[in-house]
Design a binder for this molecule. Structure first.
Ligand SMILES: Cc1cc2nc3c(=O)[nH]c(=O)nc-3n(C[C@H](O)[C@H](O)[C@H](O)COP(=O)(O)OP(=O)(O)OC[C@H]3O[C@@H](n4cnc5c(N)ncnc54)[C@H](O)[C@@H]3O)c2cc1C
Length: 521
């Protein structure tokens, strides 16, 4: 018996557990996998001495999140490292658009595409600097964020609020077109929108892009020294120091409910763990309502709305051990931590439309990571530990490429997709393939097989598109951590504000559990 049982030791589960333990609760976290971390883990996937981030890798949201900052993880072993260039977009023509930790370098980069765009970027940066941090702070709160929202509106004033509301509806393409003349700034905005799961042509893309761009400028896109697992290590160490426990290898298969109140869980091995005050579920909304709860405890309207729940696209991820740095054609790309290989705004639109139409992208958009130049602890000297991922449809209807891939994602299909991705990378980094010492490929099935929340290889616990955000996340009417069962809270990325390692979903669930326990007393 514990005060609270947390199902799942992903970052949201661990942040929730830390907040509850800080409030003096006895907390146990039950994790299905042999190790904690969810999509924040690292391992030697290829060769000894090369530490790969198995899932997530760069943490602008983690470094910018008040919920994680409050935990003081640096005191528990976390050390953030930052690349001098935050994110860069290398073109097939050798051009490079980049966001640097130095604003002037960012401005010079976009100005090289169209004189005047540097000044326009400086203005954009000043505008966002005045409101972005307030907006992100409000976004991380339970929806609607009344106090912080009011503060944001107060700071914007009536006219500014209207302008901001309009900006919130813009696509990345439209926003870029209104502010910039050249393709460099457009590539940066479009790439960051699609990185966040929003097509460059879809409403809401501009604001998502600006969250990533603004954080990049303010806090960078840092990585934990030694691998993503170090972030999980710090969360677990902090929790243990506060008296909490993490038990791995325990898959929860049922939330126990008595009198419409969650009273504990039953694990796959039959073990039951009671919860005096709350159960917090760091699992996908469909898993919680369809599998973990008995049908009689879930209102029919919830089950019906869940049929429309949309997971974000699937993912194919490659990890490489390289015998040297990636040989980028574009000068300056070697100084970046993360890169977007986009094919420009039109390339991004094409990819997004292929995904919408169930087509496996023929010329895939790549998110790429490299570390050696700013975290030498991850690979032998002079070598590189790199990765790239791209998205594929959840339901494949065809292949926009020439390989006739069907979406079976068996070993043969994954290898052919890997070759397509490597060929794409080779166009912006000629000779890349000659550097590969070993490669690890994970497709939708492998990702879900190592973390049940990554359904079909979805990264975000559900699409981030507007129809499934804010009050609509995970379904209309359940926009907060509370569920129809008393004492049961949704703590995963399926809840507002969604995917990414910011811990806000977990912190919001913990906060709700504490408030309800207080009211109950
Ligand atoms: C390939 C990839 C790359 C990404 N890149 C980034 C990035 O660079 N930066 C970033 O900020 N975000 C990134 N993300 C997204 C981010 O990792 C997730 O949004 C985040 O991890 C969600 O946290 P969570 O705690 O909600 O869920 P998860 O991290 O998925 O953790 C859920 C945990 O619950 C466990 N679990 C599930 N069901 C049960 C059960 N029944 N019983 C017990 N345990 C259970 C799982 O095993 C897992 O450990 C990436 C994700 C992926 C997959």
């Amino acid at each position: 018996m514990a005060d609270a049982v947390v199902i799942g030791a992903g970052p949201n589960g661990l942040v929730a557990a830390n907040h509850l333990a800080d409030a003096g609760w006895e907390v146990v976290v039950l994790e299905a996998e042999p190790e904690p971390g969810g999509a924040v883990r690292s391992a030697e996937l290829t060769l000894p001495g090369y530490v790969h981030d198995r899932f997530s890798a760069f943490y602008p949201l983690g470094a910018g999140s008040p919920q994680i900052a409050r935990l003081g993880l640096e005191r528990h072993g976390l050390r953030w490292l930052r690349a001098p260039v935050v994110v860069a977009d290398p073109g097939d023509d050798g051009s490079l658009a980049l966001i640097s930790s130095d604003l002037e370098e960012t401005c010079a980069s976009v100005d090289a595409f169209a004189p005047g765009d540097g000044e326009a970027w400086r203005e954009l940066s000043a505008w966002w600097g005045g409101i972005g941090p307030r907006f992100i702070d409000a976004l991380m709160d339970p929806f609607p964020p009344l106090r912080k929202g009011a503060r944001l509106v107060g700071a914007l004033g009536p006219r500014g609020t209207l302008e901001f509301a309009r900006f919130g509806l813009l696509s990345a393409r439209r926003f870029a077109g209104e502010r910039f003349r050249g393709s460099g700034a457009a590539r940066l905005l479009g790439g960051n929108a699609l990185h966040a799961d929003i097509s460059p042509d879809a409403a809401g893309g501009a604001v998502f892009a600006m969250v990533l761009v603004g954080l990049g400028q303010d806090v960078g896109w840092p990585v934990p020294e030694g691998g993503a697992g170090a972030l999980t290590g710090a969360l677990v160490a902090r929790l243990r120091a506060a008296g909490g426990r993490v038990v791995c290898g325990e898959r929860v298969e049922r939330v126990l409910v008595r009198g419409n109140r969650a009273v504990g869980v039953r694990c796959a091995d039959g073990r039951e763990v009671g919860a005096r005050r709350a159960v917090l579920a760091d699992v996908g909304a469909p898993q919680l309502y369809v599998s973990l709860l008995e049908r009689e405890h879930v209102p029919a309207r919830v089950l019906s709305a869940l049929q429309r729940f949309q997971y974000d696209s699937g993912t194919v991820k490659l990890d490489w051990a390289l015998d040297g740095p990636i040989p980028w054609a574009a000068q300056g790309a070697a100084r970046a931590g993360t890169l977007h290989v986009t094919g420009g705004m039109d390339g991004l639109s094409l990819q997004a439309s292929e995904l919408e139409r169930g087509q496996i992208p023929g010329d895939p958009f790549l998110v790429v990571g490299q570390y050696a130049h700013f975290d030498p602890s991850r690979q032998p000297a002079g070598h590189e530990t790199a990765w790239a991922y791209t998205h594929v449809p959840q339901r494949v209807l065809g292949d926009a490429g020439d390989d006739g891939l069907t979406g079976s994602w068996d070993r043969g299909e994954l290898e052919r997709m890997a070759e397509r991705m490597e060929a794409r990378l080779d166009r912006v980094a000629p000779g890349f393939r000659d550097r590969v010492l070993a490669r690890h490929v994970a497709g939708p099935r492998e990702l879900e097989g190592t973390n049940a929340n990554l359904v079909g290889g979805a990264l975000n616990g559900g699409t981030a598109q507007l129809h499934q955000q804010l009050v609509f996340r995970p379904i209309p009417g359940l926009g907060r951590a509370e569920t129809p069962v008393r004492g049961l809270f949704l703590a995963s990325a399926s809840a507002h504000p969604g995917g990414g390692v910011h811990g806000a979903c977990g912190a919001n669930a913990a906060r709700a559990a504490l408030v309800h326990a207080r009211l109950r007393r």
